[in-house]
Design a protein around this ligand. Sequence first.
Ligand SMILES: [Zn+2]
Length: 190
Amino acid sequence: MVTRQDRGSRGRLGDPRGRHGGSGLVPGEDAPGGVVPGAVVLPLASAGAVPSAVRSAGVRSTEDCPCGSGMVYGSCCEPVLDGGAAATAEALVRSRFTAFVVGDEDHLFRTWHPRTRPEGPYCHPGTQWTSLTIGEVAGGGPRDDTGVVELVARYRTGDGRGGVVADTLRERSRLVRRGGRWVYYDGEVR
Ligand SMILES: [Zn+2]
């Protein structure tokens, strides 16, 4: 198990290729371990060798939500992935994490501001998102138009040599309300 730290780059549960910063939750594609500091792509995917199928299968409505809220999927992220509006910026961040877990490309596309949204696909078959922890949240409430959500997302991805490494993405995601709905704008990887 190797743990790397991303510093200084912009994160993004969002950009798989590291072209923009932000939690595109994109893992790097060039570094041996799959993560390029500074280019930060969080890993739902990875470089080269993809260890067998890490892609998550479907989650049942009665199972714990992948976002770690403690609620069941059907009462948490599922309605948002199904097209419902996220009530808060945090809820949107949670739903996007869950989308990475279950491989919901449509949701990731739809909830990414068109100005910063890279081309998909956003999920990488070799990266498995394992847990999400939400830190400080500023704004992002029902009466706000912008919000910042700090998150720590853990994942496993291929190391490019046939193995799997665990890593962590720490990001301050910026969300904005667009057309009444929260969307991911960009993120700063810490
Ligand atoms: Zn959830």
